[in-house]
Design a protein around this ligand. Structure first.
Ligand code: TXD
Length: 312
């Protein structure tokens, strides 16, 4: 029986928990700093179980002792940027939260694989790795699956073809500098360049890059969670069921794609051991340059985070 701890029982955390239990992937421990909230959501999910017909356990808690022995720890704890708050303030606040969460969870689940979700994603994943001191294969960030899903959804909407036939991968950091590798985007193997003009592809790329902001501006409060939650769940499922899916994830580049000492979105095979392989999909020079630019920006933020953390 697998156990997944989800730290941060907010919108994304609860969506992950619901999918994992409903689809019989694992038992779930939901934890949060807010008292009663994870317990309430867990109880609600346990009451949905008889209707749904699964026998998975969902536990809500504020006590890290209950996270003991988790196979996977998903970190969604953090705050969203509030009006008037600088990016640096957000970086500092979330870095402190993620650092404390990683320290607590690794104590109780030393054999776990960690999936970081908190923004700024690539930087927080790096921090999770540094804090847990785990091998890089066991610390992964979720962003690429979501960004790719958004791109795929837009391709399906544009062409009118079934989303089930659309495949695409978005690499690079989770932000303005993400790199949607349009050459590899297809509808059942047909490159999208055969199906729409380049100007349209560029429009879809821009919409993908602003995918999170578009939803924030519609929701007014909070950010996306169905897409993000489902994306995390796909990674968890690939690991626990040893599916060896090739998914774009924030992984540690140690010379891969010419990048060093940075967590960034690259195509990775996820299986029972975590990141089992980073696949080199042969990029063109301008795609490599875009990836490098994205990596440089992440590294600048990691440096800034290190300064802010020391300043605490
Ligand atoms: O693609 C991606 N990686 C992302 C990232 C897609 C969507 C959301 N993304 C980020 O995930 C977002 O920017 C946030 O940083 C996280 C979580 O987003 P969510 O929408 O779930 O935020 P909520 O609903 O505010 O939930 C966060 C919870 C909330 O219940 C807090 O009480 C809790 O985190 N929290 C903590 N839990 C445990 N421990 C500590 N210290 C803590 N601090 C806050």
């Amino acid at each position: 029986m697998s156990k997944v701890t989800v730290v941060g029982s907010g919108f994304v955390g609860a969506t992950v928990a619901q999918y994992l239990a409903d689809n019989d992937v694992s038992d779930v421990c939901l934890i949060d700093v807010v008292e009663g909230m994870p317990q309430g959501k867990a109880l609600d999910m346990m009451q949905a179980a008889p209707v749904h017909g699964h026998a998975r356990k969902v536990v809500g808690t504020n006590d890290y002792a209950d996270t003991k022995g988790s196979d996977i720890v998903v970190i969604t704890a953090g705050i969203a940027r509030k009006p008037g708050m600088s990016r640096d303030d957000l970086l500092k606040t979330n870095a402190n939260i993620v650092q404390s969460v990683a320290k607590e969870t690794i104590k109780h689940s030393p054999d776990a694989i960690f999936i970081c979700v908190t923004n700024p994603l690539d930087v927080m994943t790096y921090l999770t790795w540094k804090t847990t001191k785990l091998p890089t294969s066991r610390v992964i960030g979720m962003a690429g699956v979501l960004d790719s899903a958004r791109f795929q959804a837009f391709i399906a909407m544009e062409t009118g073809y079934s989303v089930q036939d659309v495949r695409a991968m978005v690499l690079g950091g989770h932000g303005d500098l993400m790199v949607p590798v349009t050459r590899y985007a297809t509808v059942n193997g047909v490159p999208i360049g055969n199906l729409m003009p380049e100007t349209k592809i560029n429009e879809l790329v821009t919409r993908t890059q602003n995918g999170g902001a578009e939803i924030v501006s519609l929701l007014k409060t909070g950010s996306a969670y169905y897409g993000p939650g489902r994306s995390v769940a796909q990674m968890v499922e690939s690991i626990l069921r040893d599916q060896k899916r090739l998914l774009p994830c924030a992984v540690y580049a140690d010379g891969d794609y010419g990048l060093k000492d940075v967590y960034i979105g690259l195509p990775a095979v996820l299986g029972r051991n975590g990141v089992e392989k980073i696949v080199d999909i042969k990029l063109l020079d301008d795609e490599k340059a875009a990836l490098k630019k994205s990596a440089d920006s992440i590294k600048e933020n990691v440096d800034l985070m290190n300064k802010l953390l020391v300043a605490v």
